[in-house]
Design a protein around this ligand. Structure first.
Ligand SMILES: NC(=O)c1ccc[n+]([C@@H]2O[C@H](COP(=O)([O-])OP(=O)(O)OC[C@H]3O[C@@H](n4cnc5c(N)ncnc54)[C@H](OP(=O)(O)O)[C@@H]3O)[C@@H](O)[C@H]2O)c1
Length: 410
């Protein structure tokens, strides 16, 4: 009979109950693999259990309460007591990661969090273990399944943002209050966690500028099809000469890009490093069962390894968004009259923004210009757009969306 490995479970909601069930089903297999049989030594919810009793009896603690408090307080107490902690809590890690990692380092115990980013896609494990010897240059991906479903539906059916969101809610892909997902805040929390791991630098949620998808229209998606572009909400974390940049924004991709074909409520993350060129991991982004499976994977890792080296901290500078260079798609509804293109080209020239391609479409009230720009510092581009929007030839406000410029060969 294998010795028990006692697990204190904090939270028994969607993920906690799925974890409880999965643990019961997999306990024999885990005992055979690790020599210890995992079993719950206590469950804490708002109505049952005592945290202190659970902590005293546990070999490891699984935090599935969510939110900041009391999850933070409990995780810190468990780490201080030398108990490994497994969590799926992206808000906690993206806002109190430093404190939690320091507590784990201090006593030489483990803090594992695979389920906090990209659901069941094992991106944390790959970065932390498989890529431990690689110098990661860039991590970018689709880390929010709700917004990816909405954008995929808009592209597939021509639906408006509001209709696609309503459909996502009907299917359970979006919560009744979808704010954190559609504003990009959820993706920003995940990118803070990924950037910390990739660049060994503390990154707080507050340092990740994010833009969401609420302003995207069916027209944006339609027009971009003319250029062979697909719209995604991307998280991008990359090294630069002067530090790192970590951001979330809606973005057009060429169809051949590895992330362009990721549709529906799926997640995918691409890692780039000179040693391995690039790999893309993809899979279901959320759901109780999937998240529970990632949590259990972390628990088995905790059981099979006695403390692992935790990341050294490099503290690279985080570069402000306006200094980062991006390529842009620019859609302009203009008066149908001679000299329009010249006026716009003049403004772009003055601001040193260079055009990669331009298409003139429609006549009369439908006249419009659709342009793709070469990469330019975002602050400079914003200045050009502001100046263009003042021109009397403009019939409506310009619409600008970033483009990932490289054309990938699939
Ligand atoms: N759901 C997903 O698909 C998913 C995906 C990825 C990551 N996650 C993460 O997983 C974590 C759990 O999410 P969930 O969807 O399972 O949440 P949930 O369904 O709301 O469950 C939360 C659980 O925590 C308990 N709880 C809340 N406040 C508490 C307190 N003050 N003291 C003790 N227990 C408390 C609740 O108790 P009661 O039972 O008494 O209400 C409930 O059992 C979150 O960090 C979330 O971000 C979830």
């Amino acid at each position: 009979m294998a010795d028990p490995f006692r697990v204190g479970l904090l939270g028994h909601g969607t993920v906690g109950s799925a974890f409880d069930e999965l643990l019961g089903r997999q306990a024999d297999a885990i005992a055979a693999a690790t020599g210890r049989r995992p079993e719950l030594c206590g469950v804490l919810t708002r109505s049952r259990g005592s945290f202190q009793e659970i902590l005293d009896g546990a070999d490891a603690v699984v935090e599935l309460i969510g939110g900041l408090e009391p999850a933070r307080e409990y995780a810190l107490a468990a780490l201080a007591a030398g108990k490994p902690v497994v969590t799926a809590n992206k808000q906690l890690l993206s806002q109190h990661g430093d404190e939690l990692f320091a507590a784990a380092r201090q006593v030489g115990t483990q803090l594992r969090y695979e389920a906090a980013v990209a659901g069941v896609v094992p991106v944390i494990r790959v970065m932390r273990e498989s890529f431990a010897g690689a110098h990661i240059e860039k991590v970018h991906g689709i880390v929010n399944g709700t917004t990816n479903y909405i954008l995929s539906e808009m592209a597939r059916t021509g639906a408006s943002y509001a209709d696609a969101l309503a459909r996502a809610q009907e299917l359970g892909y979006a919560e009744a209050d979808p704010t954190d997902d559609v504003t990009g805040k959820d993706a920003a929390a995940k990118m803070a966690i990924l950037a910390r791991l990739a660049f060994h630098t503390p990154v707080h949620l507050d340092q990740v500028p994010y833009e969401g998808i609420e302003e995207i229209t069916a027209n944006d998606i339609d027009y971009a099809k003319e250029f062979g572009l697909v719209l995604k909400l991307l998280g991008v974390a990359e090294r630069r000469a002067d530090g790192i940049s970590v951001r979330v924004f809606p973005c057009f991709l060429y169809r051949g890009h590895p992330l362009a074909s990721v549709s529906g409520p799926f997640n995918a993350v691409t890692l780039e490093s000179p040693a391995i060129t690039e790999i893309t991991l993809s899979g279901p982004g959320a759901g109780g069962q999937e998240t529970a499976s990632a949590v259990l994977g972390d628990l088995v890792s905790v059981m099979s390894s006695s403390g692992m080296e935790l990341d050294p901290i490099e503290k690279l500078e985080i570069v402000p968004g306006e200094q980062v260079e991006s390529a842009f798609y620019l859609h302009l509804e203009v008066e149908d009259q001679p000299g329009v293109l010249g006026e716009i080209a003049k403004v772009l020239g003055e601001k040193l923004v260079s055009v990669k391609s331009v298409v003139q479409k429609g006549l009369g009230e439908k006249a419009r210009l659709v342009m793709v720009m070469h990469p330019v510092a975002e602050g400079r581009f914003d200045g050009a757009v502001a100046a263009i929007s003042e021109l009397p030839i403009m019939r409506s406000a310009p619409r600008a969306i970033r483009v990932i410029e490289e054309e990938f060969v699939s």
